[in-house]
Design a protein around this ligand. Structure first.
Ligand SMILES: [Zn+2]
Length: 564
């Protein structure tokens, strides 16, 4: 029996993402000579951000030739310990920029340009903006060698195409070819009662729905009994043809009784909005299950631009006695898709399991500031740091404070301050603010020190306390010993580490001259390459000073000999 019904109540909103036209085709060529096999797609859901490019696998190796995707000039060189590691940016005459990250080494003329400036600045980390004409490159010219520098979990090339406003765009839109004939994988589906009185399957809590495979490759679910304002969430990944990696999907669409409700895709986003990923996913579920469930509805204060259209914020208003058919379709860039059909039966039930809402004394709205002080410890939460109105769980426990739970995301830094006026100066110098992990182990939180107050900014809720670090960093030579001849060595390697507050800085010299040492935090190694040509004497006095985050210093000195 079919009944006529009105679809939506309340706010009707339609958001249209500007249509992206005139994306140049065949302008950009592959940055590597090998077939592009991905370990990461554009828009893929990562920690606190959407992935801004393609992660191209480099056959488990480093040192593959990386080629300029199109003619242009090197417009930016950024070398950092974390993030993209060694990265190159090429500006093209059509306004786009291509980015190449986690590089091992740059091509000789660019490497020479960089090293001259690193030696002038006496720093490994550096950011340079060469002018047009300084470092021109042809399409296909080798500009670098692939590596694993920075925040990279294995050898690969991170490749981006950015528009004229430095917004990353999906490289596949430009004709960068990635083989893919497999359908996306859906491995989780959830229903969310949203409205105050709403319920799903007799509960006011999130419900996991069982996916029932159909012969045509689609899924269905058992009939969902619901009433009031509800929404859905999906856990989905895409696998390309040539690799088992679980990548992000391209597009998600939802409809109710044939009318579109929500449509999002990953064509382009801006870095400024990337952290709002925490708004797209069910963050609490992610924190506790390590699986990212994308909500198919959006809160009014969610500013993400990945939505092409959203009707009534993607929420469904389910009425007693009516039947609905909700359909979700997930699609990859090549158009392979997976469909899930969810029958919904509107039924008002008087006997439902209520939401467990933890009420505390500290309620705050997401769009208001919150502050509290007790026992010399203060907490300040700025406006819009929280995504939702929240009952905060705050506990002052002597010198430690519990600031809510780390399964609630923060968009901006909150400030935690400690009154240290009663602590003797000598003791204070060795102290820092630490976050305690689930096992009570402290990790350094960047600490700003004033004589009577320490503060830290953090985007992670949890327990914070003051910790002392009295031990200087450790330094251990890897491929040489004091007094040794090392003419056969191509480099000088030293391991550095710090047990508590962490490495803040290091400085290495040979015979009083600063030498460039590249820092690889993943294996705690500093490396000086002798081909820099600054170590020219036979007898060399090597000196390395390493400082931790509270200022403990370790100095290591050794003599080595080289025939030149
Ligand atoms: Zn990447």
């Amino acid at each position: 029996m079919k009944r006529f019904f009105s679809l939506f109540f309340g706010v009707f909103s339609l958001i249209a993402n500007a249509q992206i036209d005139n994306v140049p085709q065949d302008y950009f060529k592959d940055p590597l000579d090998i077939p592009l096999i991905l370990s990461g797609t554009f828009g893929e859901l990562r920690s606190n951000h959407f992935h801004a490019g393609l992660d191209v696998k480099t056959q488990g190796r480093q040192g593959l030739e990386v080629k300029a995707s199109a003619k242009g000039f090197i417009s930016r060189i950024k070398i950092q310990h974390y993030g993209y590691g060694k990265a190159l940016y090429v500006q093209h005459s059509n306004g786009y920029t291509t980015v190449y990250g986690h590089l091992k080494k740059l091509a000789p003329k660019i490497e020479e340009y960089l090293k001259e400036r690193q030696y002038n600045k006496e720093s490994y980390e550096i950011e340079l903006f060469p002018a047009a004409g300084e470092l021109s490159v042809e399409q296909g010219e080798v500009i670098a060698y692939s590596g694993n520098t920075g925040g990279s979990g294995g050898p690969h090339l991170h490749f981006e195409i950015r528009d004229g406003s430095q917004r990353p765009m999906n490289p596949e839109m430009f004709g960068i070819e990635i083989q893919d004939t497999r359908d996306p994988i859906v491995d989780g589906l959830f229903a969310y009662p949203i409205g105050r009185e709403a319920h799903v399957n007799n509960s006011a809590k999130r419900q996991k729905l069982r996916l029932i495979p159909q012969n045509d490759g689609s899924y269905t679910t058992n009939s969902v009994e619901a009433c009031g304002e509800i929404g859905f969430g999906i856990s989905t990944v895409d696998q390309k043809s040539l690799a088992p990696n679980k990548n992000g999907v391209y597009k998600i669409e939802a409809s109710l009784n044939g009318s579109p409700v929500m449509n999002l895709d990953f064509q382009r986003f801006s870095f400024a909005e990337s952290r709002y990923l925490n708004f797209l996913i069910d963050y609490e579920y992610y924190s506790n299950h390590r699986k990212r469930v994308q909500k198919l509805f959006k809160e009014a204060n969610n500013p993400l631009s990945i939505y092409n259209s959203v009707v009534n914020e993607g929420k469904l208003e389910i009425e007693d006695g009516l039947d609905y058919n909700y359909v979700v379709q997930v699609t990859d860039f090549k158009g392979n898709s997976k469909t899930i059909r969810i029958p919904i039966k509107g039924s008002f039930s008087g006997n439902i399991t209520p939401k467990d809402e933890e009420k505390t004394d500290y309620f705050t709205s997401y769009n208001q500031t919150f502050s509290i002080e007790e026992n010399g410890i203060d907490i300040y939460i700025p406006k819009n740091a929280l995504y939702y109105d929240t009952f905060l769980d705050i506990e002052f426990m002597g010198d430690t404070v519990k600031v809510h739970h780390d399964d609630v995301p923060l968009h901006k830094n909150i400030t935690i301050g400690f009154d240290v006026s009663d602590i003797p100066t000598a003791q204070k110098e060795k102290m820092f603010i630490a976050r305690l992990n689930a096992y009570g182990r402290p990790s350094y939180s960047t600490t700003y020190k004033k004589p009577s107050r320490f503060t830290t900014g953090t985007r992670t809720f949890g327990e914070y306390t003051l910790v002392s670090d009295v031990n200087p960093p450790s330094i251990r030579p890897v491929n040489f010993k004091d007094g040794q001849w090392i003419s056969g060595n191509t480099n000088l390697q030293v391991k550095i580490s710090d047990d508590l507050s962490g490495i803040q800085s290091f400085r290495a010299t040979v015979n009083g001259k600063w030498i460039l040492m590249e820092y690889e935090y993943k294996n705690n190694t500093l490396t000086h390459d002798f081909t820099d040509g600054v170590v020219t004497d036979t007898e060399n006095n090597f000196k390395l000073i390493v400082t931790d985050n509270v200022g403990n210093i370790n100095t290591y000195e050794a003599k080595f000999f080289r025939k030149n």
